[in-house]
Design a protein around this ligand. Structure first.
Ligand code: CDP
Length: 217
């Protein structure tokens, strides 16, 4: 089996930037599992499916028709360009709702495992080290304070031309954390063999260095 490096943690801890950077340095594949939950939510919404209907959403999740262009970063869902809407707060909230359903998580399980091909995989998510790749070679749990994560989210939203109010984003980050931590299935907790890295006071380079050090050990 190809080696896997898992990077789990709460929203806004910097997993996305970090895991993409790790993947490109290692020359490994990259799995953005959050994007799959986001796409499942978008697909359900576009078919007029109530996000609380676990089985209907799971059916949609099992048959996601996705095209990803690695060069442009463009994402197509059933032929529609969803690149921008995929990253909005609304879609993140919808993803978190569908991710609470066991049936939906089950429907996406094999699809995620299929990303594990040579020379290796960097997997970004909430349950990569606990559920999807429990035998991963190296597991990182990346955290940061809720305030710092909200600050980064606001900066990110403004950078992409959106409006963002700190208090509203902080409330959203905290609500999402609550839901991710307290769900029955695959709650957001570090794997017992994960290494926790707190990025509150570390920039991307410093976090990368900390992880590379672990990888060498
Ligand atoms: O960028 P952000 O961390 O806010 O979101 P994301 O990583 O794209 O994930 C969106 C939502 O999907 C999260 O709030 C989680 O509820 C859910 N998710 C999950 O349950 N399991 C994963 N492996 C990845 C995401």
């Amino acid at each position: 089996k190809a080696p896997v490096l898992t990077i789990d943690g709460p929203s806004g801890a910097g997993k996305g930037t970090l895991s993409q950077l790790m993947a490109s340095r290692l020359g490994w594949h990259f799995l953005d599992s959050g994007a799959l939950y986001r796409l499942a939510a978008l697909s359900a919404l576009s078919h007029g499916i109530d996000l609380d209907r676990a089985e209907d959403v799971a059916l949609v999740a099992a048959h996601l028709d996705i095209h990803f262009d690695p060069d442009s970063g463009q994402v197509l869902l059933e032929g529609d360009d969803v690149t921008r809407v995929l990253r909005t707060e609304e879609t993140g909230g919808a993803a978190s709702r569908v991710a609470a359903h066991t049936e939906v998580r089950q429907a996406l399980l094999e699809r995620q495992r299929a990303f594990r091909v040579a020379p290796g995989l960097v997997a970004d998510g909430r349950d990569m080290g606990t559920v999807v790749f429990p035998d991963a070679e190296l597991k990182i749990f990346l955290t940061a304070s809720a305030e710092e994560r909200a600050r980064r989210r606001v900066a990110q939203l403004r950078e992409s031309g959106g409006e963002a109010d700190f208090e509203a984003v902080l409330a959203d980050v905290q609500a999402r954390d609550e839901r991710d931590r307290n769900r029955k299935d695959s709650p957001l907790i570090p794997a017992t063999d994960a290494i926790t890295v707190d990025s509150t006071h570390l920039n991307v380079e410093a976090v990368l260095e900390a992880i590379m050090e672990q990888a060498r050990a």
